[in-house]
Design a protein around this ligand. Structure first.
Ligand SMILES: [Zn+2]
Length: 249
């Protein structure tokens, strides 16, 4: 546990799609729902960490539900922050609703899995969801690239640990936090987009590797069984209980 830590859960738009798009064989799979898109800002005594950059307003499409004021850049401004105030940008993965503003943090250090970078820059035909213009300027940015199985502890104090949850995408990672009052918390990202994915052991709506995605579900269930609080990426029925600009501490 690291005193002085804060977690902001920041909604940065939404998309309207059938629920089955995010969770295969979920209930009401064919029924369209407005599903939130989140980024997370973590304040740690040794630096600010942004997890994902959200949907691009400029590259929104007919399924996007957002206004210009919803972007991560505007939300940071509301806190009196700009891109240069962010020390690390962690990418859970690089699908378009997470990578939208990657080009805008040139002085931050990115942490993305090596395999995710390969998938994003040169996807196989079956790997959809990558929109190259959202990260085309990042080639010369600074990247830390953990390997497949690696647990990456950002400040080496157990406060922010990145864990391998690949399967939805080739290099997907989730974020394990040890908050002073809230306690142990997992930002599942798209390894568990809905709570129902864990409850019914479903797969995310798209996977590059079904078997690995199910291992990720089992891993997150293990954390939950051990008392960790789970935060889901796109669940309109299970939103974070504390929302921006309030924060978990
Ligand atoms: Zn995704």
């Amino acid at each position: 546990m690291q005193s002085g830590m804060k977690l902001y859960c920041i909604q940065v738009g939404a998309f309207r799609l059938p629920r089955g798009f995010v969770a295969a064989r979920c209930r009401d799979a064919n029924v369209p729902a407005v599903m939130p898109i989140y980024t997370y800002l973590i304040e740690h005594p040794r630096g600010r960490v942004l997890v994902d950059t959200g949907q691009s307003y400029e590259m929104r499409d007919e399924n996007t539900v957002m206004e210009e004021k919803d972007t991560i850049l505007h939300k940071l401004t509301a806190l009196g922050l700009g891109p240069d105030d962010i020390d690390y940008v962690v990418m859970s993965h690089m699908h378009l609703d997470h990578s939208g503003y990657m080009n805008y943090f040139p002085n931050s250090t990115y942490i993305a899995r090596r395999e995710e970078l390969k998938a994003a820059w040169w996807p196989e035909a079956c790997e959809g969801g990558y929109v190259f213009p959202t990260y085309e300027k990042t080639r010369k940015f600074k990247f830390i690239q953990p390997g497949d199985d690696e647990e990456y502890d950002i400040f080496m104090d157990g406060a922010i640990v990145l864990i391998d949850t690949r399967g939805h995408s080739r290099g997907h990672q989730s974020v394990v936090l040890d908050l002073p009052n809230t306690g142990k918390t997992v930002l599942a990202a798209d390894a568990a987009p809905l709570k129902e994915v864990l409850e019914r052991r479903l797969l995310p709506g798209t996977c590059t590797d079904n078997w690995q995605a199910m291992r990720a579900v089992e891993k997150l269930l293990h954390y939950e069984a051990c008392g960790y609080k789970l935060i889901y990426a796109h669940d309109p029925d299970n939103l974070p209980s504390i929302s921006f600009p309030a924060y978990y501490d």
